[in-house]
Design a protein around this ligand. Structure first.
Ligand SMILES: Nc1ncnc2c1ncn2[C@@H]1O[C@H](COP(=O)(O)O)[C@@H](OP(=O)(O)O)[C@H]1O
Ligand SMILES: [Mg+2]
Length: 281
């Protein structure tokens, strides 16, 4: 991605954020999808805006969106590069109107999220965008202000500063608790959507254990930001980096997001994965 493409992409996600906020400002009609997850007009408005923008970009690449994902694996396997989007991540938080939802666009190359944009249009500090890629580093901009370079932090000595562990507001509380129970002194932060990965990318959280289901579109864009900021998104069983487009299903394995790589949490992960709740994926 060159600078002009990055600018175009960030503008496209900003514009889709405006479409989402138009729905946020009025009464939100919610329907249930086949898998029982909620869907609003905002998911669809954002999907349409992002797809139209990506289709106008060069080079033209295939697109997988949470709202248009029925593409068989045999076809997807032939793709070297494609866009993977979650038009509205944290739909439950959107409905609760707590601001913790995001728009997500990732560029996937040979299964690896190499560039990502995450946009949170309704945070108290103002509309916020994180982006990053393999060749460019990771950045954040709040409310159209200055662009700030971001970086993960080193896991502190817990006797001096507690580790900061971020978990979902709405999913996987049991396995999150089990993981935390095995850690040294720490504090817990609850957050909706891919904002959890952005907190790690910025060095505002140390670990995000996700020992509960997610899909590839939930994580890919923020995954690219985390790796560009010096962190990792690792399969919780193998500790190998997460990859997209390796199988028919879009489900991610359980994973852990960490800042600067450090083995001090591996024992806690092993112990929490041994629990029945974690094995019932
Ligand atoms: N049983 C399940 N299977 C697959 N994905 C799930 C899931 N339960 C939750 N998720 C994913 O978790 C995301 C929300 O995570 P969090 O609780 O951390 O905000 C949802 O994103 P959407 O809001 O885009 O549907 C959804 O994709
Ligand atoms: Mg999602």
């Amino acid at each position: 991605m060159d600078d002009e493409q990055i600018r175009q992409l960030i503008d496209a996600v900003d514009d889709a954020g405006v479409a989402v906020m138009a729905v946020y400002g009025r009464e939100i009609a919610v329907t249930q999808k086949a898998d029982d997850s909620p869907l609003t007009d905002a998911d669809l408005a954002s999907h349409r805006a992002l797809v139209a923008a990506l289709e106008s970009m060069e080079p033209r690449l295939p697109i997988v969106s949470e709202e248009s994902a029925e593409i068989d694996f045999a076809t997807r396997q032939t793709w070297d590069r494609y866009w993977l989007i979650d038009p509205l991540d944290g739909t439950k938080e959107f409905i609760k109107r707590n601001g913790e939802f995001t728009l997500n666009v990732a560029l996937i190359e040979k299964g690896i999220p190499v560039f990502g944009v995450v946009h949170a249009p309704a945070l108290p500090e103002g509309p916020t965008t994180w982006w990053g890629g393999r060749d460019s580093g990771a950045f954040k901009r709040v409310d159209g202000g200055v662009v700030e370079r971001i970086r993960v932090r080193q896991l502190p000595d817990p006797d001096r500063a507690p580790w900061r562990i971020v978990g979902s507001r709405s999913h996987g509380a049991e396995t999150f608790e089990a993981f935390c129970a095995n850690l040294p002194r720490h504090e817990r932060v609850s957050m909706g959507s891919s904002l959890k990965l952005c907190l790690v990318a910025e060095g505002l959280a140390d670990l995000y254990p996700r020992l509960a289901p997610t899909c590839e579109w939930d994580t890919a864009a923020a995954h690219a930001v985390v790796t560009a900021a010096g962190g990792d998104v690792l399969n919780a069983e193998t500790l190998e980096p997460l990859r997209c487009n390796q199988k028919e299903s879009y489900l991610n394995p359980f994973f852990i997001v960490c800042g600067q790589r450090d083995g001090r949490w591996e024992q806690a992960l092993e112990e929490s994965l041994a629990l029945p709740a974690a094995n019932a994926q």
